[in-house]
Design a protein around this ligand. Structure first.
Ligand SMILES: Cc1cc2nc3c(=O)[nH]c(=O)nc-3n(C[C@H](O)[C@H](O)[C@H](O)COP(=O)(O)O)c2cc1C
Length: 276
């Protein structure tokens, strides 16, 4: 595995560790060297290890101890095939040996109210938001745990492209909804590619939010990223054409210049949430 200093340099150039020194605990070195994995060796992760990773994921913090997140592990080949079909645009998912879906679950909370005879009087956006945050934290903890034992992972937000169909496939009841899928398995490559991040000087603030010169920060990041990690293809050239220098800001703004997931709000409402 590459050293923490090298990971820091690749991700943030010399911003964090300018003199290249500094030992960090092994766990941090693994976290700094991480990267999403979309290509796996044959062979799925043993059920015992899957359970252990779920246990680690669900040991993560949870808002007010409410535990509003669940994990659906796809084991039945027919369910997995149905899932792959639904996230079809993400062709690499087909080769993922293991898939899980992280769900927000506000259902149990409402069941507690029925059980204890107390009205649930907080039926507003926060109910949805809390469950989403809990699911996202559990997903992140699962990834950290899986990567710590040498597995590769990649989240799949494409589950929200077809949220209603994914929900039907997994028999999710009211107030339970998919936040993201997660593919995981033994990685095909020895080490993941390290994806450069925006500088900490623009994304970490002291005491107050400080507006940086966004244009300068983005231009500089675009240039550095292009030099280090050029994009292999341009997004939607049929719509936007081809440009000579294709950079992060072009890719990200193209991404959200095209409509997606317009029905997600309606899906969440159909699950019984009041989003006001
Ligand atoms: C919530 C979430 C959803 C994601 N969904 C997808 C996805 O649908 N398809 C995909 O290829 N990558 C997906 N990713 C992976 C990101 O693209 C990846 O984390 C990002 O490009 C940064 O790269 P890195 O993880 O290698 O550092 C997702 C990541 C997160 C956190």
């Amino acid at each position: 595995m590459i050293t923490a200093s090298e990971s820091l340099r690749l991700r943030y150039e010399d911003e964090v560790n300018p003199d290249g020194s500094g030992d960090v605990p092994d766990m941090l070195a693994v976290m700094l060297a991480r990267g999403s994995c979309r290509s796996y060796r044959d062979g799925s992760v043993e059920p015992g290890l899957c359970s252990l990773l779920c246990a680690a994921a669900l040991a993560s913090p949870t808002k007010s101890d409410l535990q509003q997140r669940d994990i659906v592990i796809l084991q039945d080949p027919a369910v997995k095939a149905g899932f792959v079909e639904l996230v079809g645009a993400e062709a690499w998912v087909r080769g993922a040996p293991n898939v899980a879906v992280f769900c927000g679950n506000n259902r149990r909370q409402r069941q507690l109210h029925s059980l204890r005879g107390h009205d649930f009087v907080n039926d507003h956006l926060d109910a949805f938001f809390n469950a989403t945050v809990d699911a996202a934290i559990a997903l992140s903890a699962f990834v950290t745990a899986a990567e710590a034992v040498g597995l590769g992972c990649c989240a799949i937000s494409a589950v929200r492209n077809e949220a209603a169909a994914v929900s039907d496939l997994l028999a999710l009841p009211d107030h339970v909804f998919p936040v993201a899928g997660l593919a995981f398995g033994y990685p095909a490559a020895d080490a993941p590619a390290i994806s450069m991040r925006l500088p900490l000087s623009a994304t970490v603030h002291q005491d107050r939010y400080t507006e940086t010169d966004a244009e300068a920060v983005i231009k500089d990041y675009d240039l550095r990223r292009q030099a280090q990690q050029p994009y292999g293809h341009q997004r939607a050239p049929d719509v936007f054409g081809m440009v000579e220098t294709y950079c992060w800001s072009e890719d990200k703004s193209r991404q959200y210049a095209l409509p997606e997931r317009r029905s997600f709000g309606a899906f969440i409402r159909s699950k019984g949430f009041n989003l006001t």
